[in-house]
Design a protein around this ligand. Structure first.
Ligand code: FE
Length: 309
């Protein structure tokens, strides 16, 4: 089996692109790059042209995600794995390839309904990255953009797609029981980052994405980012804390599309030669993240209500 190597890029449908640009620049420290068609804009965070595409629209949700493979031969092998698994795969058009700034891509739809692109070849942008605020930079490189957490109607189907057809490895399973219901999550990796994607099982969910995470090079960047949220009136969904599974020191801020951005530092890395799948029965953090438990409990209750339990 061949495997994807990193989360290369994501696309977000944004009803308020200007607010996203302000947040990305002044709080997150990213760089806004104008799009070709004057409506799309890109967010840059490292040596590549962009990692996030903002598409004007009303979805306010994740519209697509791009997973990188090492070369064109691997791209064809991953496409074949998907087709052998019964997934319809379509070659990217010239416009799609150009818009993403990649050499080649194929696309399909994952079990969460997310347009999923597999791509190879991204030119390094010779212009230096200019952070939107003083920041030490983002931990990307071989670990990719960061991570994202999606809702899925079937955890088993998502595992089959990502683990069995795209080559991800499971980092941990989390099953939490609450008086109002239970929530099942799975965290998967495709490089040393503890997880590049995770899933929460929910029969119905207002959005496909729960949050995406950006990892800073310094804890100072996170702390200053937290202060900037207060100064600029950005709502905090979950206060500072350190997760048990990936040890990320982070907080969660609300973005203009109504989901969260996790802004963190110090995440755990995985060595596949010695990793054993972990199991958790709690989402409580080592310290902090005080709102997390109640938030997950309400998601479990909503999931139970949606499935008629
Ligand atoms: Fe996260």
């Amino acid at each position: 089996m061949v495997s994807v190597s990193q989360l290369g890029y994501i696309g977000i449908g944004a009803s308020d692109v200007k607010a996203w640009q302000d947040l990305a620049t002044h709080v997150l420290g990213m760089q806004v790059i104008p799009g070709d068609d004057r409506s799309t804009s890109y967010l840059r965070m490292d040596e590549y042209h962009h990692r996030i595409e903002l598409r004007p629209g009303t979805s306010d949700d994740l519209e697509f995600a791009g997973w990188e493979v090492s070369d064109q031969a691997t791209l064809q092998r991953v496409a074949q794995q998907l087709e052998d698994g019964g997934v319809k795969v379509t070659a990217g058009t010239r416009d799609e390839v150009d818009g993403r700034r990649v050499i080649d891509l194929v696309r399909c739809v994952d079990p969460s309904g997310v347009r999923t692109e597999i791509f190879c070849g991204r030119p390094i942008d010779p212009r230096p990255f200019h952070a939107g605020r003083p920041i030490s930079g983002f931990k990307t490189g071989e670990m990719g953009l960061g991570h994202m957490v999606l809702s899925t109607p079937s955890l088993d189907e998502s595992l089959r797609f990502y683990r069995d057809l795209l080559g991800f490895r499971v980092s941990d399973f989390t099953e939490v029981r609450f008086p109002g219901g239970e929530l099942r999550l799975a965290f998967l990796h495709c490089n040393p980052r503890h997880h590049s994607i995770a899933f929460m099982e929910a029969k119905a969910s207002p959005k496909r994405i729960n949050h995406f995470m950006l990892e800073c090079n310094s804890l100072l960047d996170v702390g200053i980012g937290r202060d900037l949220c207060t100064q600029r009136g950005v709502p905090i969904g979950i206060e500072l804390g350190c997760h048990m599974n990936d040890r990320m020191v982070s907080f969660y801020l609300a973005n203009p599309s109504g989901f969260a951005v996790e802004y963190g530092w110090g995440g755990r890395v995985i060595d596949d030669s010695v990793w054993q799948v972990e199991h958790y029965d709690s989402v409580e953090s080592i310290w902090g993240h005080p709102e997390l438990k109640a938030m997950v409990a309400s998601m479990a209750a909503a999931a139970a209500a949606a499935s008629g339990q």
